[in-house]
Design a protein. Structure first.
Length: 142
């Protein structure tokens, strides 16, 4: 089973990544756009070297913050996950399990990403007690 593992710089918060322009449209700020391009490049390079795991995917994210300030993990995810999905050429809806944790504090911060096949996706379906017809209805509601 192949897996993609790589490290990227600490991301800008989603709270500070977008700006609203005169037309009312929200666009990425230049620094967030540059971050997205860098992460996309790192993810694409990892994909070229290791390949893409079988779908569906599980993404594990270890966040090393640059300092001890309180931070919301979910604010870091959007720009980074979109860039990774673009870089590996897989729609982020194919990530069916996401594990994210704060792993400590290091100078300048960093994020370690691991993308593997999501074997738990099938396991949960088998263990859920639903027969196939109920599972189809559940998936249709998603």
């Amino acid at each position: 089973m192949s897996s993609l593992c790589f490290e990227v710089p600490y991301p800008p918060s989603i709270n500070h990544a977008y700006v609203t322009i005169a037309s009312g449209k929200r666009v990425l700020k230049p620094e967030a756009s540059a971050y997205r391009a860098l992460v996309g490049y790192v993810a694409q390079t990892a994909k070229q070297r290791y390949g893409i795991p079988e779908l569906p995917l599980q993404m594990s994210v270890e966040v090393f913050t640059p300092d001890k300030r309180r931070r919301d993990l979910d604010n870091l995810l959007k720009v980074m996950q979109d860039a990774i999905s673009d870089g590996i050429g897989v729609d982020d809806s194919k990530i069916t399990t996401l594990i994210m944790r704060k792993a400590g504090v290091i100078r300048n911060g960093a994020v370690r990403i691991s993308i593997t096949h999501d074997a738990t996706h099938e396991w949960f379906a088998q263990q859920s007690g639903f027969d196939d017809s109920r599972l189809i209805v559940w998936n249709a509601l998603q």
